[in-house]
Design a protein around this ligand. Structure first.
Ligand code: CP3
Length: 361
């Protein structure tokens, strides 16, 4: 069942992921998978049958246990903290619930200036200390086996949940606020950016060795609106982190992932991130050309390729590696999170294919 990499041992910690983030040459591209801990794994379902999702997030031993599950099974080259991008909405005063087969619900959405003014700017240690405790616990349990990635939502994606009150397909309230009262929208995004920066800095202080910021829904924006409402605030978070004492003590690489990034790549290259996460709607050779050589790239297998039989799946993996090319600075990943109905055996096929194909070339 396991595909442990030979690099992963106590005497030679596996730092392929961090080296690739810094665009240093590596013997093969590191591989991890967005949403690698979660519902597609029977061992996660077993924990879930005993504890609600938010209780797992808030109990460091459980968060640690499920963070390690995909590493033990597949031998990924990085761990990602088990938590959720929506955690800060609760201490901001918006509330947060996860409703079975509905998804996240935010009971007090913010739709106007008065709502924006009421938002709290929570202190991460006192209001979300369980996240930092989980990071410390996971680092201890990993004992240097692989690096640990912390994460948060980018301000625009957080705003879609804060304003809609949950997920959406068309984002009517969000776009209503952006276009109808841009001043209130900017005030909301500023508060979200400052909350996110403080939260991610606390994660770095607690021991996160890289940080990924998810802009999962920024792809719904026209290019000018992307620059004004998404990129400007992602940049604000990145600049704040990079000028913090936490970052000076522990310069964790910063990854900016935009789902649907293709229209904006030239702009995204200016965000200040070390690594750009790329979804599957563009080939990595074109993405790298348009991003320039100042950033590493992460991606970008279509998550539904994991439904293929092993041989065509291996061909798809080979195609991603081929498009990524041999220049330093590629981290193999999916183009978005793994889907809940994925067969874990196919994930194993994918991880082995990355190792075998790059050994051949
Ligand atoms: O290994 C990991 O990556 C797990 C940690 C993780 C979760 N959520 C756990 C989770 C991460 C990195 C996230 C990020 C997240 N959460 C994003 C950005 C990534 C993306 O997919 O674009 C977003 C948009 C959310 C918000 C969210 N959380 C939604 C929409 C949902 C419900 C639908 C879904 O995808 O599951 C969640 C719940 C959630 N977050 C679950 C898990 C394991 C399922 C909860 C359960 O067990 O019932």
């Amino acid at each position: 069942m396991t595909a442990q990499s030979s690099e992963a041992s106590f005497d030679s910690p596996n730092d392929l992921f961090l080296r690739a983030c810094r665009r240093e040459p590596v013997p093969r591209p590191p591989v991890w998978m967005m949403r690698q801990a979660g519902r597609y794994l029977p061992e996660y379902q077993a924990v879930r049958s005993r504890a609600a999702f938010l209780d797992i997030c808030k109990t460091p031993e459980l968060a640690c246990e499920v963070t390690l599950q995909p590493l033990d099974r597949f031998g990924f080259d990085a761990a990602i903290l088990f938590s959720d991008i929506l955690i800060p909405l609760q201490p901001m005063g918006l509330g947060l619930e996860f409703v079975e087969s509905v998804g996240p619900q935010i009971p007090n959405p913010v739709r106007d200036r008065a709502g924006v003014r009421r938002l709290a700017a929570p202190d991460p240690e006192s209001s979300m200390g369980f996240v930092m405790d989980a990071i410390r616990e996971i680092r201890r349990a990993l004992a240097g086996r692989v690096p640990l990635i912390g994460f948060g939502g980018a301000p625009f994606t957080m705003a879609t949940y804060a304003v809609e009150g949950g997920g959406s397909k068309t984002y009517p309230h969000t776009k209503g606020l952006l276009f109808g009262d841009p001043e209130a929208a900017h005030a909301l995004l500023t508060t979200l950016a400052d909350t996110t920066a403080a939260y991610l800095e606390a994660q770095i202080r607690a021991g996160a060795q890289a940080i990924q910021m998810f802009d999962s829904w920024a792809g719904i924006l026209a290019p000018r609106d992307f620059r004004e409402f998404a990129l400007a605030y992602a940049r604000r978070v990145i600049e704040s982190i990079k000028s913090s004492s936490a970052y000076r003590d522990n310069p964790a690489p910063l990854i900016y992932f935009v789902n649907g990034c293709a229209p904006y790549l030239e702009d995204i290259a200016t965000a200040g991130a070390d690594v750009v996460g790329v979804d599957w709607r563009i080939d990595l050779d074109e993405a790298r050309r348009r991003l320039g050589d100042g950033v590493a790239v992460q991606g970008n297998l279509d998550p539904t390729c994991l439904f293929l039989e092993p041989e065509p799946l291996r061909e798809r993996v080979a195609e991603v590696l081929d498009k990524a090319g041999s220049a330093p600075g590629h981290i193999f990943n999916l183009g978005h999170g793994v889907l809940p109905m994925t067969n874990p055996e196919r994930v194993d096929v994918m991880v082995r294919a990355v190792r075998e194909q790059s050994a051949r070339s």
